[in-house]
Design a protein around this ligand. Sequence first.
Ligand code: NAI
Length: 336
Amino acid sequence: MFSRLSIGVAQVVRTFSTSSQNNVKVAVCGASGGIGQPLSLLLKQSPLVTQLHLYDIVHTPGVAADLSHIDTPAVVRGFNGADNLDAALKDAQVVIIPAGVPRKPGMTRDDLFNTNAGVVRDIAAAISRNCPKALVGIITNPVNSCVPIASEVLKKAGCYDANRIFGVSTLDIVRACAFIGEAAGHNPLDVTIPVIGGHSGVTIIPLLSNCKPAVNFPESQVKQLSERIQEAGTEVVKAKAGAGSATLSMAYAGARFALSLVRAIKGEKNIIECAYVRSNVTEATYFSTPLRLGPNGIEENLGLPKLNAFEQGLLKAAIPELKTNIKKGEEFVLKN
Ligand code: NAI
């Protein structure tokens, strides 16, 4: 049911069409960073992308020059510094945002709020001026607050469309598939599982009861796996010991999500991804559930899958935290 990242070199098509519906312009904001560079590489590797705009406040000329030597169709351009943000976003159809600071050991995602809230606000304002119809994927943490921030900025600008703004929680699904595949002895590529809620600690709700192929772990192992999925980001932050958070796995997950948006724009049917979006599925006004994607973003919110008692407990624990995170994002835009 869920999409997979399929960008193997063997799949690179060496002809490229010039018809407009086949042209998809993708912009990456924060393209010189730990996530931005490998994410841009994976997007450049895909034959689905025809124009790739790389924006950052530093180093984009070098990153763009480097990637532009790869023999795939996407035309790469670098845009350096705030003065070039508008040009970077002009008429983009997909905008992916991994701009901002990552965690260091001991930090929560919410600790990044003070720095990253302004970064997302400014990029969202530029989106409203240059590509108000773009499908936007926000990777920047805290995702739970950054999606409301971008939404409020676009509302203020009069061009908000809730179907087009996504918090990228794909890494939680990628991790769940990896850990469950390993524990169950399945090829992780054969595992699908919805991970719903938000993207931080207790707000991450893996639904092992909905896993395919079905898994039959004892209760204690379900608990242990669920907690590992919730804390997997912190596992990487600790292992990197001050050198940042997940970048390579996030680039993989971000490319999968971005290319799902691109495929939906190109008219491919039945593309399902979980993402953190405006929602009326629970009491939290933003919430991740499986979504069917189309050319205009969310085609259908597939709603809450069936939850067992343990998962109901996880949901109950997540809602207050989500509400707090959402309110913090919304209030930031009111005050700033
Ligand atoms: P990084 O520090 O390596 O790269 C961030 C990049 O953003 C840098 O190149 C920096 O110059 C750029 N930047 C900073 N301010 C900017 C601005 N105003 N406009 C444009 N670019 C700007 O950080 P990394 O590791 O790439 O992480 C980026 C973000 O992604 C962090 O907030 C991190 O917490 C988040 N993240 C999200 C995940 C998710 O699952 N959604 C997973 C892992 C990280």
